[in-house]
Write a protein that binds this ligand. Structure first.
Ligand code: AMP
Length: 281
């Protein structure tokens, strides 16, 4: 496995691999890798001849008051994890390499990116679509793997791929969870033991809604009321949103859900740590 930091080198190598007929799979990450990321790399390895994992804490997807400087960085451990998971190349550029002085071009998806995360993180998806478009141009992958954990990100990337005629196949991997149900996240390492216990209510609320749907309850207001009620019992957990949306458009569903077409998404603050999770209903 090799680690590359230069855009030119990555582009040249990817071009060479493509000319030899290799199927290239890309797994974009911000590093601080956990088992969730590892499952994405393994899925890419099943479908591609060469797997490229990008590790880049993308400054443009963080708001001014967010945790960019504090975001965990662990390149050495990440490179080892990539190799163990079956990656062939780690692409770990510097911020200056991706956004050189005077950089001024951005990719903006204008609808799906607006609700949910877009409300409290207004420039977040502009950063995501910009960096993912750049990674697609640098690596020119045949397929790219994203986690269902970030349901809105999946919907936004799929729309960008369609709108901008990228020929990348977007593969979605299921959310990996800790044994107690907490969705794996690089930000979980910020949680104290007490906060971590409080955070479990997110998955409990999602499972409660899924259970209600399984029992025949399809009314959106009932499903959201139950989830909200559970979350409200936790003093340190503040709800940012609980919403049931169409999986493709991320538009809020009104009235009754059609099971199999929607996703319940939750974002909360556990003290100062922002966590998101979702459940397909
Ligand atoms: P990040 O490093 O947080 O930007 O995540 C990189 C990729 O890993 C994204 O496609 C995420 O959706 C995905 N991912 C993050 N957490 C999980 C998880 N618990 N299970 C599956 N995929 C995940």
């Amino acid at each position: 496995m090799q680690t590359i930091t230069s855009v030119f080198e990555m582009q040249t190598l990817a071009e060479d691999l493509r000319s030899k007929g290799q199927i290239i799979g890309l797994v974009p990450t911000m590093g601080a890798l956990h088992e969730g990321h590892v499952s994405l790399i393994k899925l890419a390895a099943e479908q591609a001849d060469t797997v490229v994992v990008s590790i880049f804490v993308n400054p443009t997807q963080f708001g001014p008051s967010e945790d960019f400087t504090k975001y965990p960085r662990a390149l050495e451990a990440d490179v080892a994890a990539c190799e163990a998971a079956g990656a062939d190349i780690v692409f770990a550029p510097t911020a200056e390499e991706i956004y050189p002085k005077g950089y001024s071009t951005y990719v903006i998806e204008e609808h799906i990116a607006k609700p949910l995360e877009g409300v409290s993180r207004p420039s977040h998806f502009r950063g995501v679509t910009t960096v993912v478009a750049k990674l697609f141009n640098i690596v020119r992958p045949d397929l790219a793997v994203f986690g269902q954990k970030d349901a809105q990100q999946v919907a936004v990337i799929k729309k960008m791929v369609a709108d901008l005629h990228f020929t990348v196949d977007v593969v979605v991997a299921p959310t990996l969870r800790e044994q107690d149900g907490l969705a794996m996240s690089s930000r979980n390492r910020y949680l104290t033991a007490t906060q971590r216990i409080e955070a479990l209510v997110i998955h409990r609320a999602l499972r409660k809604a899924a259970g209600m749907v399984a029992a025949g309850e399809c009314r959106v207001d009932r499903l959201i009321a139950e989830a909200t009620h559970l979350i409200a019992q936790h003093r340190r957990v503040r709800m940012i949103y609980t919403s049931i949306v169409d999986r493709t458009t991320m538009e809020a569903v009104k009235g009754e859900i059609v099971p199999g077409k929607v996703v319940m998404t939750i974002a909360v603050w556990v003290d100062e740590i922002r966590l998101i999770d979702n459940e397909l209903l």
